[in-house]
Design a protein around this ligand. Structure first.
Ligand code: S5P
Length: 276
């Protein structure tokens, strides 16, 4: 069996036991889209308008609900309606980073009640495996999936080397709930012990820091192209924020969403069926 990233999304969906990972892979295949749009705006109306525009082109919408100034629970109802209308999953980019007991409360409760609507969320591995146990206690019964931040896109970040390998080991110990990583390249076999059977593992790699027109911003963000990310680095989903929603008119936002969807998909096709 070829390594996971050389198989099609449909083949991988069949084998995935986690409901969120399976649904994401099926959605990617159905829509021919490995694009996740990150909608980092602060007003409810802008948030919903952008999602309605980009919805047809994405497999996943990534949110930071804590930046929305006029947040109320009706926003979540509208978001769920858009998710059904346009057939995409939801990923609240919460980057949990506390002890298990605290993250379980942050995930289930408070104003945002993230676990009740977000199919996928993410966490920093820095507190150790207790963070996964805490989040799993809430998310597993709901069929949710967790991504660990094994690497980051920013200049000078500390998620490298043994930290990254330890993140992968932590994921391997919780394969039913940890569905993959925020990372810049594939993690296959990283951190494996001698003799440990890891050939069949299929962690999804979701990758931010994607842009076609600029190389970075003034605060350390670094961009690569969909081709570099998907074809050369073997990642599964491209995460694009300002490259799409930051473009001004609704028509331009739609155009950019379609452009990134196409670029991401062509890169994937080149990966699974390379022309000789
Ligand atoms: O390492 C990371 C991890 C994440 S989740 N680097 C990132 O940029 N992100 C998120 O991806 C970040 O919080 C933001 O929501 C998005 C990138 O946005 P852009 O506007 O730079 O494309």
């Amino acid at each position: 069996m070829p390594s996971a990233h050389l198989q099609t999304y449909a083949q991988r969906a069949e084998k995935h036991a986690n409901p969120a990972a399976k649904a994401l892979l099926e959605t990617i295949e159905r829509k021919s889209s490995n694009l996740c749009v990150s909608v980092d705006v602060t007003k409810k109306a802008d948030f919903l308008r952008i999602i309605d525009i980009v919805g047809p082109y994405v497999c996943l919408v990534k949110t930071h609900v804590d930046i929305i100034e006029d947040f109320d629970s009706s926003l979540i109802d509208r978001l769920k309606e858009l998710s059904a209308k346009h057939d995409f999953l939801i990923f609240e980019d919460r980057k949990f980073a506390d002890i298990g007991n605290t993250v379980a409360l942050q995930y289930s409760s408070g104003v945002h009640k993230i676990a009740s609507w977000s199919h996928i969320t993410n966490a920093h591995p820095v507190p150790g495996p207790g963070i996964v146990t805490g989040l799993a206690s809430v998310g597993t019964p709901l069929g949710r999936g967790l991504l660990l931040l094994a690497e980051m896109s920013t200049k000078g970040n500390l998620a490298t080397g043994t930290y990254t390998a330890d993140a992968v080991r932590m994921a391997r110990a919780h394969r039913d709930f940890v569905i993959g990583f925020i990372a810049m390249h594939r993690m296959d076999g990283i951190g494996a012990q001698a003799g440990e059977a890891v050939e069949d593992e299929d962690f999804l790699i979701l990758t931010p820091g994607v842009g076609l027109d600029v190389k970075g911003d003034s605060m350390g963000q670094q961009y690569r192209t969909p081709r570099e990310v998907v074809l050369e680095s073997g990642c599964d989903v491209i995460i694009v924020g300002r490259g799409i929603y930051g473009k001004g008119s609704d028509a331009e936002v739609r155009e950019q969403a379609e452009r990134y969807r196409r670029e991401g998909w062509v890169a994937y096709e080149g990966r699974v069926s390379p022309r000789s």
